[in-house]
Design a protein around this ligand. Structure first.
Ligand code: BTN
Length: 252
């Protein structure tokens, strides 16, 4: 099958596939064989696409499935913040391909929403040789370009459904260009500018939020993001909690 040519910025290397189990799994296999930072796996279709929390990610031809392999020279907890950089880059790409008609919101930790419906999800997986320092990161990103799954519990949408039909190739190309824009900023200035950019698009700041953690559920107001990327939830009595992992629900 003829595939459209993708132009990638310097330092990114495309691995193009028609079908694969999961681009994240392929990226990990390549990483384990020594692939270099910047490898970008792009598949037209996934047979076992994965979402966060072990959920399946519906992967028909027509949507974007990509995974980027990075080898940042930093501890795992620092590398994990790259998920916010990726969310910002993807939000910008969606906005640009839509001709600024669609402005996705960033929902903590790494979903992109339009009118309260999910349009994109990110799955970050990491590996370390010593449990502290990053060996590699695989950052999987899916975007509903032509289709979206019909799930009453987790409403979704697509670029096509929003009246902004585009090609998967265009989304991918701009997404990688935006990553290439933000990565040197992250390397030079750290998380602060990424955090700021994410917050300008944050979904639900100042709104009531419910955080479902492993042991308990907390209710309060989403007051912001701390310097480590944790969601700050304030209870009615003023107690603040920093939530580093879990699932959050907004009432709106
Ligand atoms: C989520 O919102 O739960 C994360 C979804 C991540 C889906 C992408 S599609 C490309 C990459 N490969 C996968 O198997 N998952 C990610």
């Amino acid at each position: 099958m003829t595939r459209p040519t993708i132009r990638l910025p310097e330092g990114f290397y495309l691995h193009e596939l028609d079908v694969i189990d999961s681009t994240n799994d392929e990226a990990k296999r390549l990483a384990d064989k020594g692939a270099q930072s910047g490898a970008l796996i792009w598949a037209r279709q996934q047979t076992t696409g994965r979402g966060r929390r072990g959920r399946a990610w519906s992967s028909p031809v027509g949507n974007l499935y990509s995974s980027l392999l990075l080898r940042p020279d930093c501890p795992l907890f620092e590398a994990a913040k790259l998920t916010f950089l990726i969310a910002v880059a993807m939000a910008e790409a969606i906005e640009m391909v839509s001709g600024n008609q669609i402005r996705p919101d960033c929902k903590w930790p790494n979903d992109l929403m339009v009118n309260g419906r999910k349009i994109s999800g990110i799955l970050l997986e990491s590996a370390s040789n010593d449990g502290t320092q990053t060996d590699y990161l695989v950052i999987g990103a899916g975007v509903n370009v032509a289709f979206y799954p019909d799930d009453a519990e987790r409403p979704a949408t697509s670029l096509a459904a929003l009246g902004a039909p585009t090609s998967v190739k265009d989304v991918l190309q701009i997404y990688v260009a935006r990553i290439a824009h933000w990565l040197p900023i992250w390397e030079a200035q750290g998380f602060a500018p990424i955090r700021e950019a994410w917050l300008t698009r944050a979904y639900g700041v100042g709104e009531p939020v419910i955080a479902r953690l492993t042991q308990r559920t907390l209710e309060g107001t989403f007051v912001g993001l701390d310097d480590d990327g944790a969601l700050v939830l304030r209870e009615t009595d003023g107690t603040e909690h920093r939530i580093g992992a879990g699932e959050v629900f907004f009432k709106t």
